[in-house]
Write a protein that binds this ligand. Structure first.
Ligand code: PHE
Ligand code: NA
Length: 463
């Protein structure tokens, strides 16, 4: 067995790189949207409870498996149990699919950052700006290729000199920026045409207050499932990424602490993203102004920034720079996971592997970026939404494959290799794995059942 030459320098480097993977568009455009839609504080409470139980279980498993096997998904699952190699391959395919479109989204964000920096904030706030941008056949491609190129360059430089180095300055700056914008949005004040005053503080309370109106059992279940699928995506678990990053952690690092810190970072940024976005939208367009997904970031927010006047240009710049950092560090982790798997399978060097993968994904990104123009398709997805190429990739990887992989993984760990496989790794240096009982109950009983229900729901079998 060849010795791994790739390692994070220590706990901090690992935690910031893993947080870099975790913090992404999920925190910035999906969490605030869900919180506003699913009853504010009610969603927050449910989400926080899930982070400490379910998220903790899945993140711990991925990272411990990575460090124990010193391998990426395919090798790791094979080593756990040769018959389960198929699950490793399936897990490997998630980043393979995500990589086709993540740089496209990164490209959109970069474009908006450029737009704000070059003083075109007013144009970005007009109605058809986003649609006419993504349906163009040049600009989205150029920005996607640029984003893909930068990602590849960082991964090319390796774990410590590339990924860790970049994460160590990007993540702290990202955190500071999110705090600044969140604090600013709390100070907002706006008088609408009917003379009514709306304040950021009211918006913040709207975000925090649990809204129990119309809470039925089906609605509660819906909120629970929303929170659960958000959590998966948010922590970058069940896609092999945290297995790969876990395989780069030195044996002496305390994984218990690292897992907690990654969870705190990801959840903290999600909460702060809500605190910066919800009050801003609330002050200028009321509770109806929250768009979902891309439309929140590229349509609703530019209007809000424009309503802020001069300050809005500045806030817009800060916001899109924050979003670039979030997306870039996630994109890096996706490419790194694919690279690591390929290096293990084909026994190729990092540089060669990254070069080949770059060529493939530059082409793939261009195709997906053209999915709103030249390669336009419209598909009715089983979950009831209508999607273009990007949404199709997103749907297969996140809604179908991830819950399925998580389901099988919990069965493998809970019942076949048994939880000790993970627990032993968590206690490797004599540390105490505090939530051992919780972990065992979650991985054997609760998580498989929840994953099964989530799988049925997100594939549209149960609706
Ligand atoms: N965890 C990221 C987020 O919350 C999303 C992501 C998914 C990142 C897959 C990398 C890989 O946005
Ligand atoms: Na996240």
């Amino acid at each position: 067995m060849e010795k791994k030459s790739n390692h994070f320098s220590g706990q901090l480097g690992f935690v910031l790189a893993a947080a870099g993977s975790a913090v992404g568009v999920g925190n910035l455009w999906r969490f605030p949207y869900l919180a506003a839609k699913d009853g504010g504080g009610l969603f927050l409470i449910i989400y926080f409870i899930l982070v400490l139980t379910f998220g903790f279980t899945l993140l711990t498993s991925d990272i411990a498996i990575g460090r124990r096997t010193q391998k990426s998904a395919i090798g790791a699952y094979t080593q756990m149990h040769p018959k389960w190699k198929f699950l490793g391959i399936l897990t490997f395919l998630v980043p393979v699919l995500i990589m086709t479109y993540y740089a496209v989204i990164g490209g959109w964000i970069t474009k908006y950052a450029v737009v704000y920096i070059t003083g075109q904030a007013q144009a970005a706030a007009t109605d058809d700006y986003f649609t006419s941008f993504i349906t163009s056949s040049t600009s989205p491609v150029i920005f996607a290729l640029l984003f893909m190129g930068v990602t590849a360059l960082i991964v090319y430089n390796g774990v410590e000199k590339g990924i860790e180095k970049v994460s160590k300055w990007m993540m702290p700056i990202l955190l500071i920026l999110v705090v600044i914008i969140a604090v600013y949005s709390l100070t907002l004040r706006h008088t609408d045409t009917s003379g009514q005053v709306h304040t950021g503080l009211q918006g913040f309370l709207y975000y925090l207050t649990p809204d129990f109106t119309g809470l039925t059992v089906p609605r509660f279940l819906q909120i629970l499932l929303d929170a659960m699928s958000q959590l998966f995506f948010s922590l970058s678990v069940s896609m092999g990424i945290m297995i790969t990053y876990g395989s780069y952690v030195r044996p002496e690092v305390n994984l218990n602490k690292a897992v907690n810190q990654i969870e705190i970072f990801d959840t903290g940024v999600a909460f702060l993203a809500g605190a910066m976005i919800i009050p801003s939208v609330y002050v200028f367009s009321g509770t109806e102004g929250m768009g979902a997904g891309p439309s929140l970031m590229f349509v609703s927010l530019p209007k809000v920034f424009s309503a802020m006047g001069k300050a809005g240009i500045f806030v817009g710049v800060l916001f899109f720079v924050t979003a670039i950092f979030a997306t870039l560090s996630s994109c890096i982790s996706v490419l790194e996971s694919i690279t690591a798997n390929c290096m293990e399978i084909f026994h190729t060097s990092r540089k060669k592997t990254v070069l080949v993968l770059s060529a493939i994904y530059l082409a793939a990104s261009a195709v997906i970026a053209l999915g709103y123009s030249i390669f336009y398709v419209e598909v009715n997805l089983p979950n009831g939404s209508v999607g273009q190429l990007l949404d199709i990739m997103d749907y297969i990887s996140n809604s179908v494959m991830m819950p399925f992989i998580a389901l099988l993984s919990t069965i493998l760990i809970g019942w076949i290799v048994t939880p000790d496989y993970v627990i032993d790794e968590m206690e490797r240096n004599g540390e105490k794995f505090h939530r051992k009982k919780l972990y065992c109950v979650m991985i054997r009983f609760v998580a498989p059942v929840m994953m099964f229900i989530l799988f049925l729901q997100s594939t549209g079998i149960l609706s």
